[in-house]
Design a protein around this ligand. Structure first.
Ligand code: SF4
Length: 361
């Protein structure tokens, strides 16, 4: 993405069958939290991630046992795999041999220039890109001292120094991330980085936390950057099930009209005019249609003030009256439904539409 950055053309890399960077839309990724050596649990989680729209997943490869099971995981995974390696060139080389689609390493802790060169040569031979990841929590003491603290500029310096180690061995299929738990620091750092290099950028707010706090911090940090055209792949880091990270990533992309997957729900906050149980109805509709991948807009509104307008604009919608809802389909009123049956009827109509489209395809 070009966007507000002064670097208008970003490089691209291939990650398995995906293109990251260049003109490609941002890729949704996550990270397994299973023990990599538990192959069955890891593959089950990868399949579940794929079902909710994850396009790329990362596995921790902390030891030889984890590297040894990678070939089986790569062979059976529906998603390209990123191997996350620290401190060991040997594990990086074994991961490459296993067929991973990307490496995430810290060039500064991989064992020195010769080891780094060995990894870069092996990655280049397989056309596997390398992400260099800088984290505010582990920024080099030297840079912290020179910058007078953990600063955006310090994070960018660290990332570019790490990338330079790879450039010095003529490796250019680089992706960069620099993450902080502060959205404000993250935004400032990526803005500077986006202006100072043309590598694809992996964005996220690390250790964002759990519940609504983690979601809001991620949406503010990642959303601001994406709105400025910065970010070629995103990972929402939540203290939660990785599946929740993927749902949040798609919500951020949909909110910015960058990419859509599944329904976008529109519903009102309710007020003194509401004469139906709107909260229950909207929740029932949202939960029952969560499995749909078709990009639809579905409105569930409380009354005649804004309800018919939103319901008509949406693909499908309900607009409340006194103990009933008007059911809208593609801009027209289909029928009036008693309030207690409205959610079930809307769900039925949407499922019929989706099934019809699937059989047409
Ligand atoms: Fe209130 Fe109607 Fe607006 Fe909902 S749509 S908040 S019920 S005025």
């Amino acid at each position: 993405m070009g966007g507000w950055s002064t670097v208008k053309k970003r490089r691209s890399v291939k990650v398995g069958n995906l293109t990251m960077g260049g003109e490609a839309p941002p890729i949704v990724q996550s990270m397994n939290n299973t023990l990599t050596t538990d192959v069955k649990a890891t593959l089950n989680q990868i399949e579940a991630l794929a079902r909710v729209g994850c396009e790329l997943t990362r596995l921790a490869v902390p030891d030889r046992a984890a590297a040894d099971v990678l070939p089986e995981i790569v062979r059976n995974s529906p998603l390209p795999i990123v191997a996350d390696i620290h401190f060991s060139a040997d594990l990086a080389l074994r991961s490459l041999e296993a067929g991973v689609s990307k490496l995430r390493i810290n060039p500064g802790n991989i064992g020195g220039p010769d080891k780094l060169r060995e990894v870069a040569v092996a990655a280049a031979a397989r056309r596997v890109p390398i992400r260099v990841g800088v984290n505010a929590g582990s920024l080099e003491a030297r840079i912290i001292a020179e910058e007078g603290g953990v600063t955006a500029h310090g994070l960018v310096r660290s990332a570019l120094e790490a990338a330079r180690l790879l450039e010095e061995v003529n490796f250019r299929d680089i992706v960069i991330s620099l993450k902080a738990s502060s959205p404000a620091l993250t935004i400032a750092a990526y803005r500077e980085l986006a202006d100072r290099c043309d590598y694809p950028l992996h964005i996220g707010v690390t250790e964002a936390g759990f519940g609504s706090t983690g979601l809001i911090r991620s949406a503010v940090g990642i959303g601001t950057l994406l709105a400025e055209g910065i970010g070629d792949t995103l990972r929402v880091s939540l203290t939660d099930d990785p599946l929740a990270e993927v749902a949040a990533a798609w919500d951020i992309l949909a909110a910015l009209d960058l990419r859509r997957r599944g329904p976008t729900f529109v519903s009102c906050p309710t007020c003194g005019r509401t004469q139906v149980d709107l909260v229950r109805t909207a929740a029932e509709v949202k939960n029952a249609l969560a499995h749909i991948t078709e990009p639809l807009t579905i409105a569930v509104m409380g009354c005649a003030v804004n309800g018919p307008g939103e319901a008509r604009e949406a693909d499908f919608g309900l607009a409340g009256g006194k103990d009933f809802f008007a059911l809208f389909s593609r801009g027209e009123v289909l029928e009036k439904v008693p309030a207690e049956r409205a959610a079930a009827r809307l769900i039925e109509v949407v499922n019929e539409y989706v099934a019809g489209k699937a059989s047409d395809a």
